[in-house]
Design a protein around this ligand. Structure first.
Ligand code: 5AD
Ligand code: FES
Length: 347
């Protein structure tokens, strides 16, 4: 490894800022051992060997948006649409609670059926039944007052990836009806309301350049999110990007390590998309600096339908199987699964 790269990694590790050119070099560099070792060290200093579990409930695959990369985009007429009832969602939480989960992540497309009243009712019901659990929402772009109502109903965390911080790249991934400006506004609104906020982007999305990635990292520095989710782009056969190549495993892992050094305190998931492009992808993500996994708690009969991309893993397993499979993977990677709420450490 050239000494320039080592110096750059050491600077990042020491909490110093580096130039865009140095960051770009690090993103492109392929000798990743030292980077990974430093990231693992920083992760252990902040979180020891803990890996937090979040129970993921995919509660609707209806979406009014038409993002070009996404399998549940509204123009995908082959998608079999479903919504879970409040009762079904609570059943998922019950099963999850028994399996030890203390965070529930409600994720869905932007589905107008789920009005603010309905979301608030679901959040309050979960908080009432499981006051010791955190509720995370991931339901897309909403107005300030909606986010505020969800927060008052008891949702403490919100996941909304910015997808790409470059407006020109953003336009290549999304139709006119969506804007990067509004997405960023949503993220800052969520922060100002008091949510623990998660953002992030896809790695290797079509047309993405190294300088786009540098801009993504710079945007995250401005936002200072508590959670950062990244995963490889994976093509979905019924989208305009069907024939685009998937994002690379090595680049995703390198970026997880860079994120760990830049955001030592962050909660970084080792994502399902990473597990989809490589059989040991999630273990490698943990070793690269990730400290969260999100086992699927959705009812088995809907899992295949929440298909953001082709060949998504964990769609045939029961929740209990998913949990024990992940626990074994965490242990094999050299870490320990913990079931507490896993709030972000003070920073
Ligand atoms: N490949 C990988 N990730 C995807 N997402 C949506 N479509 C894809 C895809 N084809 C990601 C987006 C979204 C998150 C829920 O899933 O980043 O924010
Ligand atoms: Fe936009 Fe699904 S259509 S994330």
């Amino acid at each position: 490894m050239n000494t320039g790269i080592k110096d750059t990694i050491d600077k990042l590790k020491a909490g110093l800022d580096i130039s865009d050119a140095e960051l770009a070099l690090l993103v492109r560099e392929t000798g990743e051992n030292y980077l990974r070792e430093c990231a693992d060290k920083v992760r252990r200093e902040n979180y020891s060997d803990k890996v937090f579990l979040r129970g993921l409930i995919e509660f609707t695959n209806y979406c009014k948006n038409d993002c070009y990369y996404c399998g549940i985009r509204k123009s995908n007429i082959f998608s079999q649409r479903y919504r879970l009832s409040q009762e079904q969602i609570l059943d998922c939480c019950k099963e999850g609670y028994e399996l030890g989960f203390r965070t529930f992540v409600l994720q869905g497309g932007e589905d107008p059926y789920f009005t603010d009243d309905r979301i608030c009712s679901i959040v309050s019901a979960i908080k009432k039944a499981y006051p010791d659990c955190a509720v995370t929402l991931s339901t897309g772009e909403k107005e300030y007052c909606s986010y505020k109502r969800f927060f008052e109903a008891g949702a403490e965390r919100y996941l909304l990836r910015h997808e790409t911080a470059d407006p020109v790249h953003y336009r290549k991934l999304h139709p006119e009806s969506l804007s990067l400006e509004h997405r960023k506004e949503c993220l800052f609104n969520l922060k100002s309301i008091g949510y623990q906020v998660g953002s992030g982007f896809m790695v290797g999305s079509p047309f993405q350049t190294t300088s786009n990635i540098v801009e993504d990292l710079r945007f995250l520095q401005k936002l200072q999110p508590d959670m950062i989710g990244i995963g490889p782009f994976v093509a979905h056969s019924q989208t305009p990007f069907a024939s685009c190549p998937n994002g690379s495993l090595a680049l995703t892992l390198r970026l997880i390590s860079i994120l760990r050094l830049m955001f030592p305190y962050a909660l970084i998931p080792s994502t399902t998309a990473l597990g989809t492009i490589h059989p040991r992808g999630r273990e490698l993500g943990l070793k690269a600096g990730a400290n969260v996994v999100m086992p699927n708690l959705s009812p088995v009969d809907v899992r295949k339908k929440y298909e953001l991309y082709d060949n998504k893993i964990c769609t045939g397993e029961e929740s209990a199987q998913c949990r024990s499979c992940l626990e074994a993977r965490i242990v094999s990677a050299g870490y320990k699964a913990v079931t507490d709420r896993g709030d972000v450490v003070p920073h």
